[in-house]
Design a protein around this ligand. Sequence first.
Ligand SMILES: [Zn+2]
Length: 196
Amino acid sequence: MLSEEKQRLSWERNIELHSLLKQIKPNIGHAFVEKIISMQKNNFLITQNIDGLHQKSGVPKNKIIEIHGSAIEAACLECEAKQNILDFHSAIKSKSPLPKCAVCDGVVKVATISFGQPMNEMDMMHASKIVEDSDLMIVMGSSLKVLPAGKLPNLAMQSGSKLIIFNRDETRYDSSADIVINDELQNICSRLMQGL
Ligand SMILES: [Zn+2]
């Protein structure tokens, strides 16, 4: 990530992704999550998604923990300070030098967690705390194979929480969950939305 050429390539891909994301609308799954989160003040969303569609569907930012980061934000690799992503897009488009971190002058990249890069510790601690304090965890559309998110249901059960899993395919937690529905999320969420 330290070579200027690779940084530029990464920003160019991010610009393409942004124009794609602008055209995508949240689906019934996002609407269902938004409904659940808005029902009680202690409901939170822990997501592996990086596309910002939950925010677009109306979930407040302080209710979301994005454990794989966000493709719609920029952050410093050194001090993790968030930066305005549009500044980097315009530098690429006008072929100007890339701005540095406004706080520490470090290299700034898209705020996603790249393969091989460690998770943000604060986010993971926050996610674990929420799971430990919860009395119900609903897992939606996750194979639960990717760690450390894949460990969270275990933590929930150890803390006495009920576990519900909505996923197309079976997961390794199905036998210990309280409720499991194996179907497309779209089908599950459309049916459940009728009862909310
Ligand atoms: Zn910095």
